[in-house]
Design a protein. Structure first.
Length: 270
């Protein structure tokens, strides 16, 4: 960032204190916890959720403050963070508002497409004095996006059903980060229009006629190999198990995720 660059803001347009190496960070977003570690900030991370699992060994010593939804506010108060990082999709608004009563900087994030990771990297680099590392990640993301889009341009587009839950069966709408990530490699999610971001459906839905492939995500429902035959019998389409972190984790994992999706798309096409 140069002197002429605008000061980065969070997803709500808020500016926060850039405390650099004096910051004490609690992160309630698993993928951003990993990003902070990859930016060299593990020593400043004073709290994380039980779902913040990467990098596993490095995080063992970082205190847990509950889950992404059931946050232990008093435990966070004890940790006296200068910054708490939250996400619009993953953390309840009431939690963020309660945190704002005693945390100086509640940093709100909301990546909607893979490209939004550039702004996320830049914000973390600004707040925590790691701009060179953040810029390096941006360069890697640019390369990964180019690789993914090259695959998407080279192969015929496919309409896919991306399953995230079973009983009830649930998928994703096209206005989600997941759908935008899949679209980078030419996988376009169905249904094309949905009233909810994560709609439930039944196997008689008319829009299923346009689906050519089903992707079973390993999260939030833990789809496994044993579910492949079950879903294939229900829909009569090719079914592929897929690592949910490739599509739904932003931050630094988005780079590897895009590359893995490109590899898988090429492999299935072959």
């Amino acid at each position: 960032m140069t002197a002429s660059d605008p000061i980065p803001v969070d997803a709500l347009g808020q500016r926060h204190a850039a405390l650099g190496r004096d910051a004490r960070i609690v992160c309630l977003v698993p993928s951003i916890t990993e990003l902070l570690c990859d930016l060299g900030l593990i020593d400043q991370l004073v709290g994380r959720t039980g779902f913040c699992i990467h990098p596993r060994e490095a995080l063992r010593a970082v205190p847990k403050v509950g889950g992404t939804k059931d946050v232990k506010l008093e435990r966070i108060r004890e940790l006296a963070p200068t910054h708490v990082i939250v996400n619009i999709d993953e953390n309840p608004r009431a939690v963020a508002e309660a945190l704002a009563d005693f945390v100086p900087n509640v940093v709100v994030t909301h990546p909607c497409v893979p490209e939004d990771n550039h702004a996320l990297y830049r914000l973390m680099g600004h707040l925590f004095a790691c701009a060179p590392a953040a810029a390096a990640l941006s360069d890697s993301l640019t390369a990964a996006l180019a690789e993914a889009r090259a695959v998407g341009a080279a192969l015929p587009a496919e309409r896919v059903l991306y399953l995230i839950w079973r009983e009830p069966w649930m998928t994703v709408s096209r206005d989600t980060y997941i759908a935008a990530t899949l679209a980078a490699v030419g996988w376009h999610t169905e249904p094309a229009a949905a009233g909810e971001r994560y709609p439930a459906f039944d196997w008689q839905a008319p829009w299923l006629a346009g689906v050519s492939r089903v992707l079973l995500s390993t999260e939030p429902y833990r789809f496994q190999d044993k579910h492949v035959a079950e879903v294939a019998a229900l829909c009569g389409r090719p079914v592929q198990l897929i690592d949910g972190e490739w599509t739904s984790w932003y931050g630094s994992r988005a780079i590897a995720g895009l590359r893995e999706l490109a590899r898988l798309r090429r492999a299935l096409a072959a």
